[in-house]
Design a binder for this molecule. Structure first.
Ligand code: TMP
Length: 201
């Protein structure tokens, strides 16, 4: 039996990375992240996110993230699923649709097609959206900001709206979790939402 692939999504500052780690622990799943998850992917991540680096144009950004995803799926995600492990990935292709498709305005269909090529069509079984309002996330985004975090409030508002629209369009594959409250409160909501959709791990 193959494992479940669960993506945890949300805007920058939503607390999503903490929740992805806690969910992976809770399920005994492999925890991984995008962009990254492999040595090549982490190098691509640095190139994409470094505000002091070469600034990729938007299409290059989309392709570099997709390249990291291809490596991640081939080297980490598919092998773990094939062994029957569950995988929790901190971001997956829904991030590209939200950030590159809507945030950068490259168009969701083109970005989805590039990701489908990268992953050979591997979709997440479930997407958990850690939902917070723009201002909450903006307050949590602080300190050393990466190149995409620096993209501005309107960009991030488009990302939030895109996530909510995707969740509404595919309610069976998305769980929307209120991201306000303590880490423990949010983690309980996430675990309950996943158990509700996928059953006991
Ligand atoms: P992180 O904040 O979850 O570590 O993600 C790093 C940044 O990468 C975040 O600003 C969102 C961005 N990103 C995209 O723009 N598109 C993608 O497909 C992925 C996976 C991440």
């Amino acid at each position: 039996m193959t494992g479940w692939l669960i993506a945890v999504e949300g805007t920058d500052g939503s607390g999503k990375s903490t929740q992805a780690r806690l969910l992976a622990q809770h399920l005994g799943a492999v925890y991984t992240r995008e962009p990254g998850g492999t040595p090549l992917g982490e190098r691509l991540r640095d190139m994409v996110l470094d505000p002091a680096g070469d600034h990729p144009v938007d299409r290059a950004e989309a392709l570099m993230i997709a390249a990291a995803r291809a490596q991640h799926v081939a080297e980490v995600v598919r092998p773990a699923l094939a062994e029957g492990r569950h995988v929790v990935t901190d971001r997956y292709l829904e991030s590209s649709i939200a950030y590159q498709g809507h945030g950068r305005r490259l168009g969701p269909d083109d970005v989805a097609a590039v990701s489908a090529f990268a992953t050979e069509g591997l979709a997440a079984d479930l997407v958990v959206l850690i939902d917070v309002d723009g201002p909450v996330a903006a307050n949590r985004r602080s300190g050393h900001l990466d190149r995409i975090e620096l993209a501005g409030d309107e960009f991030h508002a488009r990302v939030v709206a895109a996530y909510r629209a995707m969740a509404t369009a595919e309610p069976d594959r998305w769980v929307v979790v209120d991201g306000t409250g303590t880490v423990e409160e949010v983690a309980e909501r996430v675990a309950a939402g996943v158990a509700d959709r996928l059953g006991p791990a």
